[in-house]
Write a protein that binds this ligand. Sequence first.
Ligand SMILES: Nc1nc2c([nH]c(=O)n2[C@H]2C[C@H](O)[C@@H](COP(=O)(O)OP(=O)(O)OP(=O)(O)O)O2)c(=O)[nH]1
Length: 133
Amino acid sequence: MATLIDTVAWVRLEGGRILCARPRGKDAFYIPGGKREGAETDLQTLVREVAEELTVAIRPDTVSHVGTYQAEAHAQAPGTQVRMACYAADYTGTLTASSEIEEVAWFGYADRDRVPPVDQVLFDDLHRDGLLR
Ligand SMILES: Nc1nc2c([nH]c(=O)n2[C@H]2C[C@H](O)[C@@H](COP(=O)(O)OP(=O)(O)OP(=O)(O)O)O2)c(=O)[nH]1
């Protein structure tokens, strides 16, 4: 049976670039986020993952759905799909890589080949809409 990984992720765009992070031990950059735990809502997952990875607090009143994407998951058994519910949101605090994150970067559309397939579909949409340059 095909496996589906259920994730929530943060789309943070500034000046036409998107915030990406490379988790410790991984060879690709992801947009910040991760797997839902138990019965968490999308908002709860988003707030928890972003705090864990980047030590900042998502402002719940600013959260808006960008899109939900599905494709082959990165670094998983063949056939494993990831679904990523993506949200834009403002935050408070100072973006800082936590111990889970090896590198933070602001990617443009030219960096598309450095992110997993599911992120590439998101990059295409954001580029088409003039949000990612
Ligand atoms: N957060 C995030 N995960 C992504 C992206 N693209 C992508 O294929 N994934 C996959 C990789 C992982 O299998 C899963 C995210 O799980 P996670 O961040 O909670 O990681 P984890 O350490 O618990 O997972 P794992 O490596 O043990 O499988 O989604 C992305 O842009 N952001």
